[in-house]
Design a protein around this ligand. Structure first.
Ligand code: AFP
Length: 340
């Protein structure tokens, strides 16, 4: 059987888009090249001196892993030269980066988490690169500003992730469904392996770090009890699965159904909004979830409609099968209206 490559798939999308200039396809091409470079290094990670922490603490207050720093460098180096971007924002950098003057400027903005789940990498667990693509709002002859980057999720032009696991996968959407590609290492090409992915409407699996139970409020405890009890649509407890690598936990839910949750907890007042970042984690994955027929909420509002005020804004996240996400929102809304 002849298999469709990701380049063919992108070109098909391009021909369906009136006035497409090919710039977006060029952006994707470079992104894929960067991911292939990261993937190749990931495959040899145990053999290179690239595991462990660098000793630095990033803007999130977390240990920077050597592979995190490496993936960030690869992505920035490759993407600032594409000629179609005006800015790059990474989870690892405190501020967004303007494209250096020596390179051609474009109208797109790329936001990414270079290596999500990287604290797991030393034990050979799946990690990934999550990305979001926006179009700048201000006129192109003006200096790009933070306002161009602080866009709500509905405004994304495309989003997706690369998953580095037993095989390397690319899952992306340009607003026309969700498509999954698997890297064939023998030819170095991503081949269409999961066309038109749909998240099952009803899941059977919940995914949350339950070690934080004592730090949750009553509404969050009720949410978790909903999935652990038998007064739910299954009439029995859901199975629990938690890798601790968002992109891997999300991917399982995308394929098999279920819900991933990272609620607010009171462990650390500085993280009172949860742990996950809106622009580089929650928003792109919410875009994928909705495009696949799933849903994503912060408990009371649709993730894609939130407006971030800061580059590294954090947000609680409940994402996956539509029925499960709706059940969560129902519990939070009921609790909120009784408290009012
Ligand atoms: P790292 O990239 O620092 O490993 O963080 C991963 C992450 O943001 C997300 O991928 C996980 O789902 C979540 O953190 C796990 O956090 P907990 O260890 O608090 O459960």
């Amino acid at each position: 059987m002849r298999q469709v490559t990701v380049t063919e798939h992108l070109l098909l999308h391009q021909t369906k888009t009136p006035d497409a200039s090919g710039k977006f396809t060029a952006l994707f091409y470079d992104l894929i090249l960067a991911a292939k470079t990261i993937s190749k290094t990931m495959n040899k990670a145990g053999l290179l001196d690239i595991l462990g922490a660098t000793g630095e603490i990033n803007v999130q207050g977390e240990q920077v892993q050597k592979l995190d720093a490496y993936a960030n460098r690869v992505l920035i180096h490759r993407m600032e030269r594409t000629g179609v971007l005006c800015a790059i924002a990474s989870e690892e950098n405190a501020d967004f980066l303007r494209i250096p003057a020596q390179y051609k400027q474009g109208e797109y903005i790329l936001i990414f988490d270079p290596l999500d789940g990287s604290s797991n990498v030393d034990v050979n667990v799946n990690v990934g690169t999550i990305f979001s693509i926006l179009r700048r709002k201000s006129p192109s002859n003006n200096d790009v500003t933070l306002g161009d980057i602080l866009q709500s999720g509905v405004e994304q032009v495309a989003a997706g992730y690369f998953l580095y696991g037993p095989s390397t996968m690319l899952v992306y959407s340009t607003g026309d469904g969700v498509h999954g590609f698997t890297l064939d290492p023998s030819v170095g090409e991503f081949l269409l392996s999961h066309p038109d992915l749909r998240i099952p409407e009803q899941g059977k699996v919940y995914s949350v770090n339950e070690g934080y139970y004592q730090y949750w409020d009553d509404a969050t405890r009720e949410v978790i009890e909903h999935f652990k009890g038998d007064a739910n649509p299954l009439g029995k407890p859901y199975s629990a699965r938690y890798i601790g690598s968002l992109v891997a936990d999300f991917h399982r839910g995308l394929l098999n159904g279920g819900i991933y949750m990272y609620p607010v907890d009171n462990r650390n007042p500085g993280k009172a909004k949860g742990k996950l970042r809106y622009l580089c984690e929650a928003s792109p994955l919410a875009y994928i979830a909705e495009q696949a027929g799933g849903a994503a909420t912060n408990g009371t509002k649709r993730i894609l409609e939130l407006q971030p005020d800061e580059l590294h804004e954090r947000v609680p996240l409940f994402i996956g099968s539509k029925n499960d996400v709706e059940a969560v929102a129902e519990i939070y809304n009921k609790r909120r209206s009784t408290a009012e």
